[in-house]
Design a binder for this molecule. Structure first.
Ligand SMILES: *Cc1c(COP(=O)(O)O)cnc(C)c1O
Length: 415
Protein backbone atom coordinates (compact mmCIF):
# COMPACT_ATOMS: atom_id res chain seq x y z
CA UNK A 1 0.00 0.00 0.00
CA UNK A 2 1.38 3.35 -1.08
CA UNK A 3 0.94 6.22 1.36
CA UNK A 4 3.09 8.64 -0.60
CA UNK A 5 0.88 11.65 0.09
CA UNK A 6 0.87 11.09 3.83
CA UNK A 7 4.61 10.55 3.73
CA UNK A 8 5.15 13.81 1.88
CA UNK A 9 3.10 15.93 4.28
CA UNK A 10 3.26 14.05 7.57
CA UNK A 11 6.16 11.64 7.96
CA UNK A 12 5.36 10.93 11.61
CA UNK A 13 1.90 9.57 10.80
CA UNK A 14 3.23 7.84 7.67
CA UNK A 15 5.82 6.08 9.80
CA UNK A 16 3.19 4.92 12.26
CA UNK A 17 0.98 3.62 9.44
CA UNK A 18 3.76 1.72 7.71
CA UNK A 19 5.02 0.36 11.01
CA UNK A 20 1.51 -0.87 11.77
CA UNK A 21 1.26 -2.54 8.36
CA UNK A 22 4.63 -4.20 9.03
CA UNK A 23 3.47 -5.28 12.47
CA UNK A 24 0.46 -6.97 10.90
CA UNK A 25 2.67 -8.64 8.28
CA UNK A 26 5.20 -9.97 10.77
CA UNK A 27 2.96 -11.12 13.62
CA UNK A 28 0.16 -13.66 13.95
CA UNK A 29 -3.07 -11.77 14.62
CA UNK A 30 -5.16 -14.06 16.79
CA UNK A 31 -7.29 -11.46 18.52
CA UNK A 32 -10.69 -12.99 17.86
CA UNK A 33 -12.33 -9.68 16.92
CA UNK A 34 -9.70 -8.76 14.32
CA UNK A 35 -9.21 -9.58 10.66
CA UNK A 36 -7.36 -8.21 7.63
CA UNK A 37 -9.59 -6.27 5.24
CA UNK A 38 -8.63 -6.41 1.57
CA UNK A 39 -6.75 -3.58 -0.04
CA UNK A 40 -9.92 -2.86 -2.03
CA UNK A 41 -11.85 -2.31 1.22
CA UNK A 42 -9.05 -0.18 2.66
CA UNK A 43 -8.92 1.95 -0.49
CA UNK A 44 -12.67 2.50 -0.41
CA UNK A 45 -12.44 3.50 3.25
CA UNK A 46 -9.68 5.97 2.46
CA UNK A 47 -11.62 7.65 -0.33
CA UNK A 48 -13.08 11.07 -1.18
CA UNK A 49 -16.37 9.93 0.36
CA UNK A 50 -14.90 11.03 3.70
CA UNK A 51 -15.64 14.59 2.52
CA UNK A 52 -19.33 14.10 1.85
CA UNK A 53 -22.12 14.95 4.24
CA UNK A 54 -25.06 12.65 3.57
CA UNK A 55 -27.36 12.97 6.58
CA UNK A 56 -30.49 10.99 5.88
CA UNK A 57 -30.92 7.95 3.66
CA UNK A 58 -30.61 7.27 -0.09
CA UNK A 59 -33.12 9.45 -1.95
CA UNK A 60 -33.93 11.47 1.19
CA UNK A 61 -30.80 13.40 2.13
CA UNK A 62 -30.56 16.73 3.89
CA UNK A 63 -27.77 17.94 1.58
CA UNK A 64 -27.23 18.37 -2.15
CA UNK A 65 -24.70 16.39 -4.11
CA UNK A 66 -25.50 12.97 -2.68
CA UNK A 67 -25.91 10.98 -5.92
CA UNK A 68 -22.77 8.92 -5.40
CA UNK A 69 -23.24 8.61 -1.67
CA UNK A 70 -26.68 7.21 -2.51
CA UNK A 71 -25.18 4.78 -5.02
CA UNK A 72 -22.65 3.46 -2.51
CA UNK A 73 -25.14 3.12 0.34
CA UNK A 74 -27.70 1.40 -1.90
CA UNK A 75 -25.06 -1.12 -2.95
CA UNK A 76 -24.11 -1.77 0.69
CA UNK A 77 -27.77 -2.25 1.65
CA UNK A 78 -28.63 -4.51 -1.29
CA UNK A 79 -25.57 -6.68 -0.74
CA UNK A 80 -26.22 -6.93 3.01
CA UNK A 81 -29.81 -7.98 2.36
CA UNK A 82 -28.57 -10.71 0.06
CA UNK A 83 -25.84 -11.85 2.46
CA UNK A 84 -27.98 -12.11 5.57
CA UNK A 85 -31.47 -12.41 4.09
CA UNK A 86 -32.77 -9.44 6.05
CA UNK A 87 -35.90 -7.45 5.15
CA UNK A 88 -34.45 -4.16 6.32
CA UNK A 89 -30.81 -3.17 6.77
CA UNK A 90 -29.20 -0.02 8.14
CA UNK A 91 -25.50 0.22 7.23
CA UNK A 92 -24.81 3.57 8.90
CA UNK A 93 -23.85 2.63 12.51
CA UNK A 94 -20.29 3.78 13.13
CA UNK A 95 -19.63 0.65 15.19
CA UNK A 96 -21.29 -2.35 16.77
CA UNK A 97 -21.79 -0.46 20.03
CA UNK A 98 -23.57 2.33 18.13
CA UNK A 99 -25.75 -0.25 16.43
CA UNK A 100 -26.83 -1.56 19.83
CA UNK A 101 -27.37 1.96 21.12
CA UNK A 102 -29.69 2.70 18.20
CA UNK A 103 -31.74 -0.46 18.79
CA UNK A 104 -32.14 0.38 22.48
CA UNK A 105 -33.14 3.95 21.62
CA UNK A 106 -35.68 2.69 19.09
CA UNK A 107 -37.29 0.21 21.46
CA UNK A 108 -36.66 1.06 25.13
CA UNK A 109 -37.13 3.93 27.57
CA UNK A 110 -34.57 4.86 30.21
CA UNK A 111 -35.11 2.63 33.24
CA UNK A 112 -36.37 -0.31 31.15
CA UNK A 113 -34.96 -3.74 31.88
CA UNK A 114 -32.30 -5.52 29.82
CA UNK A 115 -31.35 -9.16 30.36
CA UNK A 116 -27.97 -10.08 28.85
CA UNK A 117 -25.01 -12.40 29.32
CA UNK A 118 -22.58 -11.37 32.02
CA UNK A 119 -19.39 -9.77 30.69
CA UNK A 120 -17.14 -12.29 32.49
CA UNK A 121 -19.06 -15.08 30.77
CA UNK A 122 -18.59 -13.66 27.28
CA UNK A 123 -21.00 -10.71 27.10
CA UNK A 124 -20.18 -7.21 25.84
CA UNK A 125 -19.90 -3.77 27.47
CA UNK A 126 -22.75 -2.46 25.31
CA UNK A 127 -25.06 -5.14 26.72
CA UNK A 128 -25.36 -3.22 29.97
CA UNK A 129 -22.04 -2.98 31.80
CA UNK A 130 -22.08 -0.20 34.43
CA UNK A 131 -19.17 1.56 32.66
CA UNK A 132 -21.21 1.76 29.43
CA UNK A 133 -24.22 3.94 28.55
CA UNK A 134 -26.37 0.82 28.46
CA UNK A 135 -25.61 0.06 32.10
CA UNK A 136 -26.19 3.66 33.08
CA UNK A 137 -29.52 4.12 31.29
CA UNK A 138 -31.13 0.74 31.86
CA UNK A 139 -31.83 -1.69 34.66
CA UNK A 140 -29.65 -4.68 33.81
CA UNK A 141 -29.67 -8.30 34.93
CA UNK A 142 -27.45 -11.07 33.60
CA UNK A 143 -27.69 -14.70 32.64
CA UNK A 144 -24.65 -16.98 32.56
CA UNK A 145 -23.08 -20.01 31.02
CA UNK A 146 -23.02 -23.23 33.01
CA UNK A 147 -19.63 -23.06 34.78
CA UNK A 148 -19.26 -26.84 34.51
CA UNK A 149 -19.92 -27.22 30.78
CA UNK A 150 -19.17 -23.72 29.48
CA UNK A 151 -22.40 -23.89 27.44
CA UNK A 152 -25.15 -21.29 27.74
CA UNK A 153 -27.50 -22.18 30.56
CA UNK A 154 -30.79 -21.78 28.70
CA UNK A 155 -32.86 -23.10 31.61
CA UNK A 156 -31.49 -20.60 34.05
CA UNK A 157 -31.96 -17.89 31.40
CA UNK A 158 -35.67 -18.75 31.28
CA UNK A 159 -35.91 -18.70 35.10
CA UNK A 160 -34.17 -15.33 35.38
CA UNK A 161 -36.41 -13.93 32.61
CA UNK A 162 -39.47 -15.10 34.55
CA UNK A 163 -38.49 -13.30 37.71
CA UNK A 164 -36.79 -10.23 36.17
CA UNK A 165 -39.45 -9.61 33.49
CA UNK A 166 -37.10 -7.85 31.03
CA UNK A 167 -38.16 -5.48 28.25
CA UNK A 168 -35.26 -6.72 26.10
CA UNK A 169 -33.30 -9.95 26.02
CA UNK A 170 -29.89 -9.52 24.41
CA UNK A 171 -28.09 -12.51 22.93
CA UNK A 172 -24.85 -12.69 20.95
CA UNK A 173 -21.44 -12.68 22.58
CA UNK A 174 -17.76 -11.71 22.52
CA UNK A 175 -16.15 -14.86 23.85
CA UNK A 176 -18.56 -17.74 23.35
CA UNK A 177 -17.10 -20.61 21.31
CA UNK A 178 -20.30 -22.57 20.71
CA UNK A 179 -23.31 -22.27 18.41
CA UNK A 180 -26.18 -20.28 19.81
CA UNK A 181 -29.74 -21.60 19.79
CA UNK A 182 -31.45 -18.38 18.71
CA UNK A 183 -34.93 -19.95 18.64
CA UNK A 184 -34.62 -21.03 22.25
CA UNK A 185 -33.61 -17.54 23.41
CA UNK A 186 -36.34 -16.03 21.25
CA UNK A 187 -38.94 -18.25 22.92
CA UNK A 188 -37.75 -17.01 26.33
CA UNK A 189 -38.08 -13.39 25.19
CA UNK A 190 -41.54 -14.05 23.70
CA UNK A 191 -42.75 -15.74 26.85
CA UNK A 192 -42.09 -12.62 28.92
CA UNK A 193 -43.13 -10.12 26.23
CA UNK A 194 -39.58 -8.81 25.69
CA UNK A 195 -37.92 -7.93 22.43
CA UNK A 196 -34.98 -10.09 21.39
CA UNK A 197 -31.81 -8.36 20.19
CA UNK A 198 -29.25 -10.77 18.72
CA UNK A 199 -25.81 -9.15 18.53
CA UNK A 200 -23.78 -11.21 16.07
CA UNK A 201 -20.78 -8.83 16.11
CA UNK A 202 -18.20 -11.64 16.18
CA UNK A 203 -19.93 -14.05 13.84
CA UNK A 204 -21.44 -11.83 11.11
CA UNK A 205 -19.23 -13.55 8.54
CA UNK A 206 -19.93 -17.06 9.82
CA UNK A 207 -23.67 -16.36 9.71
CA UNK A 208 -23.44 -14.83 6.22
CA UNK A 209 -21.65 -17.93 4.97
CA UNK A 210 -24.13 -20.28 6.65
CA UNK A 211 -21.54 -21.94 8.90
CA UNK A 212 -23.39 -20.69 12.00
CA UNK A 213 -27.22 -20.64 12.32
CA UNK A 214 -28.70 -17.23 11.61
CA UNK A 215 -30.86 -15.20 14.01
CA UNK A 216 -32.16 -13.09 11.10
CA UNK A 217 -35.91 -13.65 10.95
CA UNK A 218 -35.82 -15.15 14.46
CA UNK A 219 -34.77 -12.27 16.70
CA UNK A 220 -36.59 -8.93 16.41
CA UNK A 221 -33.34 -7.08 15.79
CA UNK A 222 -29.93 -8.31 14.70
CA UNK A 223 -26.89 -6.09 15.18
CA UNK A 224 -23.36 -6.75 14.06
CA UNK A 225 -19.94 -5.40 13.31
CA UNK A 226 -18.46 -5.38 9.84
CA UNK A 227 -14.76 -5.87 10.62
CA UNK A 228 -14.55 -9.15 12.56
CA UNK A 229 -15.47 -12.28 10.59
CA UNK A 230 -16.80 -10.32 7.61
CA UNK A 231 -13.95 -8.24 6.18
CA UNK A 232 -15.79 -5.05 5.27
CA UNK A 233 -13.86 -2.50 7.31
CA UNK A 234 -14.64 -1.01 10.66
CA UNK A 235 -18.32 -0.35 11.37
CA UNK A 236 -21.69 -1.61 12.50
CA UNK A 237 -24.92 -2.84 10.92
CA UNK A 238 -28.54 -3.38 12.01
CA UNK A 239 -31.04 -5.80 10.48
CA UNK A 240 -34.73 -6.12 11.25
CA UNK A 241 -38.17 -6.80 9.80
CA UNK A 242 -39.80 -4.18 7.56
CA UNK A 243 -42.19 -3.20 10.40
CA UNK A 244 -39.26 -1.79 12.41
CA UNK A 245 -37.51 -0.08 9.49
CA UNK A 246 -38.56 3.50 10.26
CA UNK A 247 -37.94 3.21 13.99
CA UNK A 248 -34.41 1.88 13.40
CA UNK A 249 -33.53 4.39 10.69
CA UNK A 250 -34.73 7.28 12.86
CA UNK A 251 -32.85 5.95 15.88
CA UNK A 252 -29.56 5.78 13.93
CA UNK A 253 -30.06 9.21 12.36
CA UNK A 254 -30.92 11.61 13.88
CA UNK A 255 -31.22 9.53 17.07
CA UNK A 256 -27.65 8.66 17.97
CA UNK A 257 -25.55 9.78 14.98
CA UNK A 258 -25.11 12.71 12.63
CA UNK A 259 -23.78 12.29 9.12
CA UNK A 260 -22.88 8.73 8.17
CA UNK A 261 -19.20 7.86 7.57
CA UNK A 262 -19.75 7.42 3.83
CA UNK A 263 -16.18 6.23 3.26
CA UNK A 264 -16.86 3.41 5.71
CA UNK A 265 -20.18 2.68 4.04
CA UNK A 266 -18.18 2.34 0.79
CA UNK A 267 -15.85 -0.10 2.56
CA UNK A 268 -18.90 -2.07 3.70
CA UNK A 269 -20.25 -2.20 0.13
CA UNK A 270 -16.94 -3.55 -1.17
CA UNK A 271 -16.48 -6.03 1.68
CA UNK A 272 -20.06 -7.30 1.39
CA UNK A 273 -19.49 -7.72 -2.35
CA UNK A 274 -16.43 -9.84 -1.58
CA UNK A 275 -18.45 -11.90 0.90
CA UNK A 276 -21.06 -12.66 -1.78
CA UNK A 277 -18.38 -14.48 -3.76
CA UNK A 278 -18.60 -18.27 -3.26
CA UNK A 279 -14.96 -18.20 -2.13
CA UNK A 280 -16.15 -16.51 1.06
CA UNK A 281 -18.10 -19.60 2.09
CA UNK A 282 -14.91 -21.63 1.76
CA UNK A 283 -13.10 -19.00 3.80
CA UNK A 284 -15.67 -19.16 6.61
CA UNK A 285 -15.60 -22.98 6.62
CA UNK A 286 -11.82 -22.85 6.87
CA UNK A 287 -12.02 -20.36 9.75
CA UNK A 288 -14.07 -22.85 11.77
CA UNK A 289 -11.96 -25.86 10.71
CA UNK A 290 -8.87 -23.92 11.79
CA UNK A 291 -10.36 -23.00 15.17
CA UNK A 292 -11.23 -26.67 15.75
CA UNK A 293 -7.70 -27.72 14.78
CA UNK A 294 -6.24 -25.08 17.10
CA UNK A 295 -8.46 -26.23 19.97
CA UNK A 296 -7.57 -29.90 19.40
CA UNK A 297 -3.87 -29.11 19.33
CA UNK A 298 -4.00 -27.02 22.51
CA UNK A 299 -5.94 -29.83 24.21
CA UNK A 300 -3.23 -32.29 23.10
CA UNK A 301 -0.84 -30.17 25.13
CA UNK A 302 -3.04 -30.50 28.20
CA UNK A 303 -4.74 -27.12 27.97
CA UNK A 304 -8.34 -26.86 29.07
CA UNK A 305 -10.83 -25.32 26.63
CA UNK A 306 -13.98 -23.67 27.92
CA UNK A 307 -16.86 -25.87 26.65
CA UNK A 308 -14.27 -28.45 25.57
CA UNK A 309 -13.89 -27.09 22.03
CA UNK A 310 -15.42 -24.74 19.50
CA UNK A 311 -18.03 -24.40 16.74
CA UNK A 312 -16.90 -20.93 15.75
CA UNK A 313 -13.79 -18.87 14.96
CA UNK A 314 -12.46 -18.77 18.51
CA UNK A 315 -11.23 -20.86 21.38
CA UNK A 316 -11.25 -19.82 25.00
CA UNK A 317 -8.55 -21.43 27.15
CA UNK A 318 -8.91 -21.68 30.92
CA UNK A 319 -5.36 -21.68 32.29
CA UNK A 320 -6.23 -22.42 35.90
CA UNK A 321 -5.76 -26.17 35.84
CA UNK A 322 -2.81 -26.52 33.47
CA UNK A 323 -0.94 -23.34 34.51
CA UNK A 324 -2.19 -22.35 37.97
CA UNK A 325 0.42 -19.62 38.46
CA UNK A 326 0.15 -18.09 34.98
CA UNK A 327 -2.44 -15.35 34.46
CA UNK A 328 -4.06 -14.58 31.11
CA UNK A 329 -2.34 -11.20 31.15
CA UNK A 330 1.10 -12.74 31.65
CA UNK A 331 0.37 -15.30 28.94
CA UNK A 332 -0.70 -12.51 26.57
CA UNK A 333 2.53 -10.64 27.26
CA UNK A 334 4.84 -13.61 26.76
CA UNK A 335 3.06 -14.60 23.53
CA UNK A 336 3.21 -11.01 22.30
CA UNK A 337 6.99 -11.07 22.66
CA UNK A 338 7.10 -13.90 20.14
CA UNK A 339 4.71 -12.22 17.68
CA UNK A 340 1.64 -14.24 18.61
CA UNK A 341 -0.94 -11.55 19.34
CA UNK A 342 -4.01 -12.52 21.32
CA UNK A 343 -5.69 -11.39 24.52
CA UNK A 344 -6.07 -12.45 28.12
CA UNK A 345 -9.75 -13.10 28.74
CA UNK A 346 -12.06 -13.82 31.61
CA UNK A 347 -13.43 -17.33 31.87
CA UNK A 348 -16.72 -18.56 33.37
CA UNK A 349 -16.32 -18.70 37.15
CA UNK A 350 -13.48 -16.16 36.97
CA UNK A 351 -11.37 -16.07 40.14
CA UNK A 352 -8.91 -13.34 39.13
CA UNK A 353 -9.62 -9.75 38.11
CA UNK A 354 -10.96 -8.76 34.67
CA UNK A 355 -7.71 -6.79 34.22
CA UNK A 356 -5.58 -9.90 34.72
CA UNK A 357 -7.94 -12.80 34.07
CA UNK A 358 -7.49 -16.58 34.06
CA UNK A 359 -7.86 -17.31 30.37
CA UNK A 360 -6.76 -16.47 26.88
CA UNK A 361 -8.95 -16.09 23.80
CA UNK A 362 -7.64 -16.92 20.35
CA UNK A 363 -9.37 -16.53 16.99
CA UNK A 364 -8.55 -17.83 13.52
CA UNK A 365 -10.34 -15.30 11.28
CA UNK A 366 -7.26 -13.21 10.47
CA UNK A 367 -4.84 -16.11 10.03
CA UNK A 368 -7.30 -17.82 7.69
CA UNK A 369 -7.40 -14.64 5.59
CA UNK A 370 -3.61 -15.05 5.21
CA UNK A 371 -4.12 -18.60 3.93
CA UNK A 372 -3.40 -20.63 7.08
CA UNK A 373 -4.87 -24.13 6.95
CA UNK A 374 -5.02 -26.85 9.60
CA UNK A 375 -1.36 -27.97 9.48
CA UNK A 376 0.03 -24.49 9.98
CA UNK A 377 -2.61 -23.75 12.62
CA UNK A 378 -1.68 -26.89 14.56
CA UNK A 379 1.90 -25.70 14.56
CA UNK A 380 0.73 -22.35 15.93
CA UNK A 381 -0.99 -24.38 18.68
CA UNK A 382 2.34 -26.06 19.45
CA UNK A 383 4.08 -22.69 19.60
CA UNK A 384 1.44 -21.26 21.96
CA UNK A 385 1.80 -24.28 24.25
CA UNK A 386 5.59 -23.94 24.30
CA UNK A 387 5.36 -20.30 25.37
CA UNK A 388 2.76 -21.03 28.06
CA UNK A 389 5.02 -23.73 29.50
CA UNK A 390 8.07 -21.45 29.63
CA UNK A 391 6.87 -17.83 29.54
CA UNK A 392 10.11 -16.50 31.01
CA UNK A 393 12.58 -18.65 29.09
CA UNK A 394 14.28 -16.34 26.58
CA UNK A 395 15.69 -19.22 24.56
CA UNK A 396 12.18 -20.62 24.05
CA UNK A 397 10.74 -17.20 23.25
CA UNK A 398 13.50 -16.55 20.70
CA UNK A 399 12.97 -19.90 19.10
CA UNK A 400 9.20 -19.42 18.84
CA UNK A 401 9.71 -15.92 17.55
CA UNK A 402 11.88 -17.21 14.72
CA UNK A 403 9.26 -19.76 13.72
CA UNK A 404 6.55 -17.06 13.82
CA UNK A 405 8.65 -15.02 11.37
CA UNK A 406 8.87 -18.00 9.03
CA UNK A 407 5.14 -18.69 9.23
CA UNK A 408 4.41 -15.03 8.48
CA UNK A 409 6.77 -15.06 5.50
CA UNK A 410 5.07 -18.19 4.18
CA UNK A 411 1.64 -16.50 4.44
CA UNK A 412 2.21 -13.02 2.99
CA UNK A 413 -0.11 -10.11 3.68
CA UNK A 414 -0.56 -6.82 1.77
CA UNK A 415 2.24 -7.56 -0.72
C1 LIG B 1 -17.12 -6.43 19.13
C2 LIG B 1 -18.49 -6.45 19.69
C3 LIG B 1 -19.35 -5.36 19.49
C4 LIG B 1 -18.99 -4.13 18.73
O1 LIG B 1 -17.95 -3.43 19.17
P1 LIG B 1 -17.46 -2.07 18.49
O2 LIG B 1 -16.07 -2.03 18.91
O3 LIG B 1 -18.31 -1.01 19.06
O4 LIG B 1 -17.66 -2.20 17.01
C5 LIG B 1 -20.66 -5.46 19.95
N1 LIG B 1 -21.08 -6.58 20.55
C6 LIG B 1 -20.29 -7.65 20.74
C7 LIG B 1 -20.87 -8.87 21.37
C8 LIG B 1 -18.95 -7.61 20.34
O5 LIG B 1 -18.17 -8.66 20.54
Amino acid sequence: MDYSHVRATDPAVADAISSETDRQRTTLSMIASENHASEAVIEAQGSSLTNKYAEGYPGERYYAGCAYADAVEELAIERAKELWGAEHVNVQPHSGSQANMAVYLATLDPGDRILSLELEHGGHLSHGHPANFAGQLFDVEHYRVDPETGYLDYESLADIADSFDPDAVVSGFSAYPRQVDWERIDAVADAVGAIHVADIAHITGLVAAGVHPSPVGVADFVTGSTHKTVRAGRGGIIMCGAEHADAIDNAVFPGVQGGPLMHNVAGKAVGFGEALDPAFTEYAEQVVANARALGDQLAEHGLSLVSGGTDTHLVLVDLRESHPTLSGGDAEEALDETGIVLNGNTVPGETRSPFDPSGIRAGTAALTTRGFEEDAIREVGDLIARVLDAPEDDAVLDDVSERVDELCAAHPLYE
